[in-house]
Design a protein around this ligand. Structure first.
Ligand code: ADP
Ligand code: FBP
Ligand code: MG
Length: 557
């Protein structure tokens, strides 16, 4: 039988990363003394709002990581053979006397046909599935899905949905499926849409969401609720939740949003409210860790193909022509990497994770010259966050951030296009033609494709089942193809990035035949670095393995 470990056991477990405590006030996080009354609080000091005003500011601030829960609040369960469950909070952790009810799904004609519909209470999902004979069983997350007992009666539920951060294909599908799932599976009719992101909780109107209102929205891009950056004021948001009598909060957003959700959850727990807080990860950049991939990512990669095709057609038709395509990807180059791998027309892909240089042997200019001599054309894909250090050297650096505290980037596409033109003009090596294509928002403003739609449906259903079962303070997502409930601190402790010493990046290098721009010493150093960061190098081999094995990446609940 698994046992709940004491803090001292936890710190001795090599497989658990206890995030560093920053901006943490134990007085405000203690589960003891829960109040139903509101108290002025100071968690807002952790929000970028305290250091950044609305709009652009002059100091770049990466979103600060919210404080992790105190070790005693982390629900770590250990079992035999190195089994570790990193469990998520439950309302009963701080409201022990909550009554339970039979899950209404057992009487639902559509679902009653399923042989074993309810998830076994001990089911967990392994984070690492490639193991050796003697490997410890390792970290697991609680499996998502419907439970036999629920902690909310249907007519008691008052849910709300908010979308935050940048757009992403599939936002409307997730909204639709939360509304319809709550209605059709659990008989819930009170669902409120919060308009305009986090600040909408206290500064905007709300929309009543019914299955009829959301019926067709999955066919549209964007979010019917609107979205925003900045404006995360924890106390005002939780006041609004309390005042409106909301008891399930579905928060759809990226890495910044999930950090915001974590502090909202902490404040709700501190106030002792029966309110479930559920994060649904959204990011076309695919920069959220632990989960296999984020919804909308596939659609964005597919849409990026159009820009790459155009660059290819243009460059092939004109002598010595270079097609340059800039794609989104602030800190993580997944869109550029996957769009390149999918297209096979790309000769060079540059991403933030892989530094490059322009001049000299092994540099970009030398490679372009070689390509033009060989083929008479080439296509270059560059992620928006690539080469920012080179831009800073040659341009006056503007340390600006958006309202959420995300660093505003210089336009690397325009910069590199100009650099290439200047190089060929200066060296008189050959007359070139360059076509620059920047699809920017076009790849994320489209409706989600069919497979993303199915994925969004499963995410929404997993989220609903978790909330109804009384789980809270978690992000839902597929881990090795199975949906799981992941504690906020695991999602927020780092950003998911392309690991350039993994096989996927090697596949890309071999498909484009581009130089790696790394000297062998640098490669050796990175390999050592990544061996010592198990979480960073963990994600990709598993994705690669699933793909190698032909395992479909369609998550199952
Ligand atoms: N560290 C943080 N603490 C609290 N709220 C945050 C934090 N970082 C971002 N947010 C809030 O989350 C929302 C979305 O963040 P943003 O970074 O713009 O997009 P995304 O969630 O897509 O990464 C914004 O309203 C922002 O104020
Ligand atoms: O909408 P904005 O503020 O121009 O932001 C553009 C940024 O949004 C993204 O599409 C996604 O960022 P988030 O997931 O953090 O919202 C980035 O790729 C891009 O840099
Ligand atoms: Mg983000």
């Amino acid at each position: 039988m698994p046992t709940v470990s004491s803090p001292s056991t936890i710190s001795s477990l090599a497989s658990i990363t206890i995030p560093k405590v920053r901006c943490f006030d134990p007085a405000n996080s203690s589960p003891a003394g829960f109040r139903h009354r509101r108290r002025s609080m100071n968690h807002d000091d952790c929000s970028p709002e305290s250091s950044v005003s609305n709009g652009s500011v002059t100091v770049a601030t990466d979103s600060p990581t919210p404080p992790p829960p105190p070790i005693a609040d982390m629900k770590i369960v250990t079992g035999e053979a190195g089994y570790v469950l990193e469990d998520v909070p439950r309302l009963t952790d701080y409201l022990p006397d909550l009554p339970t009810y039979p899950n209404p799904l057992q009487d639902n004609p559509s679902y009653s046909v399923v042989k074993q519909y309810f998830v076994n209470m001990d089911d967990t999902v392994a984070q690492t599935i490639v193991v050796q004979k003697n490997s410890p069983r390792g970290t697991h997350f609680r499996r998502a899905g419907p439970r036999q007992k629920v902690y909310f009666e249907s007519d008691e539920v008052h849910a709300c949905i908010v979308t935050c951060g940048g757009l992403c294909p599939g936002l409307n599908t997730v909204i639709r499926e939360i509304v319809c799932g709550l209605h059709h599976m659990y008989g819930v009719s009170k669902v409120l849409g919060i308009e305009g992101g986090y600040k909408g909780f206290y500064a905007r109107n709300t929309i009543t969401l019914t299955p009829k209102v959301v019926n067709d929205i999955h066919k549209r891009g964007g979010t019917i609720l609107g979205t925003s950056r900045g404006g995360h004021s924890t106390s005002k948001i939780v006041d609004s939740i309390e005042d409106r009598g909301i008891n399930q909060v579905y928060i759809i957003g990226g890495d910044g949003t999930q950090k915001g959700a974590a502090v909202i959850f902490e404040e709700i727990r501190r106030r002792g409210l029966k309110v479930a807080v559920i994060g649904i990860p959204k990011t076309i950049d695919n920069d959220i860790p632990v989960i296999d991939k984020s919804f909308g990512f596939d659609t964005a990669v597919e849409e990026a193909q159009r820009a790459i095709n155009a660059a290819h057609v243009e460059s092939e038709s004109i002598e010595n022509c270079i097609g340059v395509v800039k794609l989104m990807g602030r800190n993580s180059g997944f869109i550029a990497m996957y769009a390149t791998l999918a297209s096979r027309d790309v000769d060079c892909c540059l991403i933030p994770e892989s530094p490059f240089y322009l001049e000299g042997p092994g540099g970009l200019f030398e490679y372009i010259e070689k390509k033009l001599k060989e083929d008479g054309h080439m296509v270059l894909v560059i992620a928006e966050g690539a080469g920012q250090e080179l831009l800073s050297e040659s341009m006056r650096t503007m340390h600006q951030a958006d309202a959420s505290g995300n660093k505003l980037l210089q336009d690397v596409g325009l910069w590199i296009s100009q650099k290439i033109k200047d190089h060929f003009a200066r060296t008189h090596k050959m007359a070139i033609n360059l076509k620059y294509i920047d699809p920017t928002y076009m790849i994320r403003a489209v409706p989600s494709n069919a497979s993303d739609n199915v994925y969004c449906t499963l995410l929404a259903h997993s989220a609903i089942h978790g909330a109804m079962a009384g789980y809270t303070g978690f992000t839902v997502g597929p881990v090795n193809g199975r949906h799981a409930y992941i504690p906020f601190y695991r999602i927020n402790e780092r950003q998911h990035k392309v690991v350039i010493t993994d096989r996927m990046w090697a596949r890309l290098l071999s498909s484009t035949n581009q130089p790696s721009f790394l000297d062998p010493k640098e490669v050796a150093r990175k390999k050592i670095e990544e061996t010592h960061e198990p979480e960073t190098s963990h994600d990709q081999p598993e994705v690669a393995t699933a793909e190698q094995n032909g395992v479909e990446h369609l998550p199952k609940i």
